[in-house]
Design a protein around this ligand. Structure first.
Ligand SMILES: *Cc1c(COP(=O)(O)O)cnc(C)c1O
Length: 398
């Protein structure tokens, strides 16, 4: 018998706010009714704000982030195309695998898990590609497995410096709606996300931001696609409709979650994620533990991957937190299994929830054999939260 709530501190699915859950409790609708389309048009315009685009299009597919990856690839590339990708975590590894399965020739840069996107190596390979054989560069903006955020603006700069024409693909599944995302400023051609992370919804939508350059590429790309055809989606979306039955409940939920984000202010959403993440990182430092991210400048504001000391099993930490304290932490994926546990801090979250995560992590860490002082992480996070609150109040007064 479990009492109280199950604390969900995983980096997706994230907590769905009560108002969003209630907004989804609606009867089924006629998806071809003459007034159904009008209901959805604002979703596209408001999602463009979240992606940071005024010139691109946003598309909503039934599916998850992985489906959106597939849509991005199959609509804009052709079999045998050469693409440049870095492999430095679970999700970038899966993206490489998908690209290979779909018949792309992947030029892989292997890096330690915990590294960021390899800007200078991208520069070297793109600079050497005089004949423009590389058709696309893929970057995982926020590697959820390692808690590493990469610098997309820097990748754009490298492409521009090399006068390179490759499409820029960005996996924003655990960044869009949580971290700053500037599709137009960064010249992102295909931005991918899913509904169950920053957007605070259940899984079920694969969401894409598509630049005009990517749309132009989709006119000539020859990879096979059917369900994910951009052309079908765009034709129907123009009126707020979909080429096949949309998950209408999710559309209502999305309307509500976008309202919440716009009410809070997108810059404030980003600032809140930074503030909350800073507290979690302060706790990790107070425990004397290391994050998986190789350098503080890479630290993600949506998830922190924490290395446990040698001889301690991170799976035990997660198991204890779940079984004894009704709290879910993210596991170490792939080679990080047993070495890392992750605290997800994105979506509908506040200081109290982060302090709960930290306090429960302390219990679980100690029970799993880590030597730390109870309350050390909590106190370190509290110090961050009160300082940054004070700064916010000062700013508002000025
Ligand atoms: C969650 C996640 C995915 C996979 O998305 P699904 O919605 O589970 O298909 C891909 N990339 C990143 C960075 C993620 O965090």
């Amino acid at each position: 018998m479990r009492t109280g709530i199950n604390h969900l501190f995983i980096p997706g699915p994230t907590n769905v706010p009560e108002t969003v859950r209630q907004a989804m409790n609606v009867p089924m609708q006629d998806q071809r009714a003459h007034d159904f389309g009008a209901q959805n048009l604002s979703l596209f315009t408001d999602l463009k704000q979240v992606f940071g685009t005024t010139t691109g299009e946003v598309m909503l597919f039934s599916g998850s982030g992985t489906g959106a990856w597939e849509a991005a690839i199959t609509n804009t590339l052709s079999p045998g195309d050469k693409v440049l990708m870095a492999r430095h975590g679970h999700f970038s590894t899966l993206w490489v695998e998908m690209a290979q399965r779909l018949g792309l020739q992947v030029d892989i840069i292997d890096l330690p898990w915990g590294a960021g996107a390899p800007i200078s190596e991208f520069a070297r390979r793109l600079g050497a590609d005089r004949r423009g054989e590389i058709k696309a560069v893929f970057v995982t903006h926020n590697e959820t497995a390692t808690g590493v955020t990469s610098d997309i603006a820097a990748v754009r700069a490298v492409l521009d410096d090399a006068f390179h024409d490759a499409l820029l693909f960005v996996d924003g599944v655990s960044s869009v709606g949580a971290l700053a995302f500037r599709m137009d400023d960064w010249g992102v051609d295909l931005a991918v996300t899913g509904s169950q992370k920053g957007l605070m919804l259940p899984a079920g939508l694969g969401i894409l931001g598509v630049s005009q350059k990517a749309l132009a590429a989709s006119k000539t790309a020859t990879m096979r696609r059917s369900y994910f055809e951009f052309g079908d989606q765009l034709k129907h979306n123009a009126g707020g409709y979909f080429p096949y039955t949309p998950p209408t409940q999710l559309l209502h939920g999305l309307r509500k979650s976008l309202d919440r984000m716009l009410d809070e202010g997108l810059d404030n959403v980003v600032a809140r994620h930074h503030r909350l993440a800073s507290g979690v990182r302060a706790a990790v430092a107070a425990w004397g533990l290391q994050t998986c991210a190789e350098h503080p400048s890479l630290a993600s504001d949506s998830v922190t991957a924490i290395r446990v000391p040698d001889g301690v099993d991170a799976c035990a930490v997660i198991r204890i937190a779940y079984d004894r304290y009704n709290a879910s932490f993210g596991s170490g994926l792939g080679p990080l299994n047993g070495k890392v546990f992750r605290i997800g801090h994105l979506g509908d979250l506040n200081e109290g929830m982060c302090l709960t995560a930290i306090a429960i992590a302390e219990l679980a860490l100690v029970e799993a054999g880590v030597n730390l002082t109870f309350g050390s992480g909590v106190a370190a996070a509290q110090a961050v939260y009160i300082q940054s609150k004070a700064a916010t109040v000062r700013l508002a007064a000025e």
